[in-house]
Design a protein around this ligand. Structure first.
Ligand code: MV4
Length: 613
């Protein structure tokens, strides 16, 4: 087993991995950006290293900085968590080739083989795993799309080979849409994934998202740990995940699990991974009716990492997946057979996002945890990296915690979840807890008949607003507490150290000149951007004639050109950030004199987007 593991991540997943290390008597190393200097994962680790500024590309995504921190700490393994570099094959390869440091995850080769959707589909088809009807080679010609539509029926899905999540998929509903949608899919593939290759599948109208947890060692042992149902999604973002699926019979459950296990085995996969499937649901299925082996299920894609929702599988099987990741990476064999894997009871995970569900899930722009008193008791697990008084860091993902609940069956799990969400006392930051409480009263969700389209196309938005009013909490967008930072030189046993001290709430004391006494002041936590106007549209800070980005993200659409006349409220462009589409609006009348960005470009907070004279 390793001596010391560097966790190349932040927030709840970093603490989750560190807890596994603690139980294995392995020392832990955190990395953090300037925005996370007060982060919970920094507090938790045995030691912590700053890897750069808030901007992820210059810190958590800076491969050299991460490896350098591992060297400095003398760590003998790196666990990537999820997101950031977790599925970056080049980084995995760098670590695989780094003397004395082990990569905790699947091989770089597996990431390349299974990360590109077309090669994943080929591998699964050769393993006898059903794939969504369609091609496995890139398509270039609109005529080929029309022929496919004639053969398999419309709609046809055109997907980016490098795609994933909700990005890179276009739907062709009739022949004359083929040319434009093919071009659009190729453009998006090039812009987002630096890969213009796209392929076709028959589009399934009512799919459930069912995924299977895989654990495999370096000795040929491949196990599946049952499935998770992640059908409750909003704009391709999972909101509540559960296991087992409320829609499947045990026979269908076992078929899908075995298909995933077979596929992983054939692919020579090792460590933890998740095999995603689409299960065709019956739109007329009633509450209490289950999908049996007559239902069609198809392999969709592989996630070559630990996932956010691994927790529900852990609660059902009592298997610590992260500990097994570490053991497998250290060369140990799995000590349980497939028959030893038992699925007990029912579990749900509620993603606690700092978002306002009544404002199209707009991410919170700031705040601090004036009250943070999470639930507890039997069957309740909190995975977070928070404590009361923490400032909200808004530079990264809006998910700040996970509430995981386990019960003897789904009914008990729901009742226990309602109790836990009622207990969750969180003031100072807006979250989607009210939305979760609403879902636990929703007929479709309680019946388990919701598909992946339910939230985007069916849930009545007014019910979300009512829930937010009924159960929402007060928030303060800014903190007025003074944080004074000073630099001191201290001497310990004859050795001198430069240390930065932060004093919260204290009046700034006069300090003697020299010694680098830094002037204190300024709010705590991450930068507070312009005030949020809610509604998922961000009013860019218009400084004089410049319209600048108020958050880091990717340009989705540019709606103006030089010479255009604009009025306040006109949508100048669409910025994709925090997994949300944000309209950037003009705040003054005038003529567009310069457009500084193009579709697909990444921008940072403060970058000039458009100039209006
Ligand atoms: C599909 C599909 C229907 N038919 N492919 C969405 C993102 C990516 N993971 C694949 N996705 C889909 N692929 C075919 N042939 C429907 C979706 C889909 C979806 C899938 C799983 C979970 C949520 C979803 C939300 C919208 C669309």
């Amino acid at each position: 087993m390793f001596n010391k593991v560097l966790v190349a991540n932040r927030g709840e997943i970093a603490v989750r991995v560190m807890r596994a290390c603690e139980e294995l008597n392995v020392r832990t190393v955190a990395v953090y950006s300037d925005a996370d200097k007060n982060g919970g994962h920094v507090r938790y680790a045995d030691e912590a290293y700053n890897v750069g500024p808030a901007k992820a590309s210059e810190s958590y995504l800076d491969q050299e900085a991460i490896i350098e921190a591992a060297r400095k700490a003398d760590a003998d393994a790196i666990h990537p968590g999820y997101g950031f570099l977790a599925e970056n094959a080049a980084f995995a390869e760098k670590v695989e080739n780094a003397e004395g440091i082990t990569w905790v995850g699947p091989s770089a080769a597996s990431m390349r083989q299974l990360g590109a959707k077309t090669s994943a589909r080929k591998t699964m088809r050769e393993a006898g795993v059903p794939i969504v009807p369609g091609d496995t080679d890139p398509v270039e010609d609109p005529e080929a799309v029309r022929e496919f539509g004639e053969e398999h029926g419309y709609p046809v899905a055109i997907k980016a080979e490098g795609g994933g999540g909700g990005r890179g998929m276009k739907i062709v509903r009739e022949p004359d849409e083929a040319e434009e949608q093919l071009k659009s899919a190729k453009r998006e593939g090039e812009a987002y994934f630096d890969n213009p290759n796209v392929y076709m599948e028959r589009f399934l109208e009512n799919p459930r998202h069912v995924e299977v947890q895989i654990l495999a060692d370096h000795h040929g042992n491949v196990r599946h740990l049952g499935e998770r149902d992640c059908s409750l999604q909003r704009r391709h973002q999972k909101v509540i995940e559960e296991a087992p699926s409320p829609a499947l019979t045990d026979e269908l459950r076992e078929e899908i699990g075995e298909a995933a296990r077979q596929g992983a085995d054939e692919a020579g996969y090792y460590n933890a991974g998740t095999f995603e499937f689409l299960v065709e649901d019956d739109p007329d299925r009633e509450a209490g009716e289950l999908l049996g082996t007559e239902a069609d299920f198809y392999f969709l894609e592989v996630n070559t990492r630990i996932q956010v929702e691994h927790t529900v599988t852990e609660e059902l099987t009592d298997i610590d997946i992260v500990k097994w990741q570490l053991r497998v990476a250290a060369g140990e064999e799995l000590t349980f057979s497939q028959d030893d894997v038992e699925l007990r009871g029912h579990a749900m995970e509620f993603r606690i996002n700092a978002e306002n569900a009544a404002e199209e899930f707009a991410p919170a722009r700031g705040g601090s945890l004036e009250t943070y008193d999470p639930p507890g008791g039997i069957g309740v697990r909190m995975d977070d990296a928070l404590r009361q008084g923490d400032d909200l860091v808004t530079d990264y993902d809006s998910m700040i915690a996970k509430l995981i609940v386990h019960g003897a069956d789904r009914e008990e799990c729901v009742a226990r979840s309602e109790r836990a969400l009622r207990e969750y006392d969180l003031e100072g930051v807006v979250t989607i807890v009210p939305f979760h409480r609403l879902m636990l009263t929703d007929e479709e969700f309680l019946a388990g008949t919701h598909t992946t389209k339910y939230l985007d196309e069916h849930l009545d938005r007014s019910r979300i607003e009512e829930a937010q009013e009924k159960w929402g909490t007060e928030t303060t967008a800014t903190t007025d507490e003074e944080v004074v930072e000073r630099e001191f030189t201290v001497e310990v046993n004859g050795k001198r150290f430069e240390v930065n001290l932060e004093e919260r709430g204290a009046a700034s004391l006069p300090t003697a000149g020299g010694g680098g006494a830094a002037a204190g002041g300024g709010g705590g936590g991450g930068p507070s951007g312009p005030s949020d106007d809610g509604g998922g549209s961000s009013v860019a800070a218009a400084e004089g004639e410049q319209v600048v980005a108020d958050m880091q993200g990717t340009i989705l659409d540019v709606n103006v050109a030089e010479g255009d006349e604009v009025e306040p409220g006109d949508v100048l462009l669409v910025l994709e950030a925090m997994k949300m589409e944000n309209d950037v609006e003009a705040t003054a009348s005038g003529t567009v004199s310069h457009v500084a960005v193009a579709e697909g470009e990444s921008v940072d907070m403060g970058d000039v987007l458009v100039v209006i004279e």
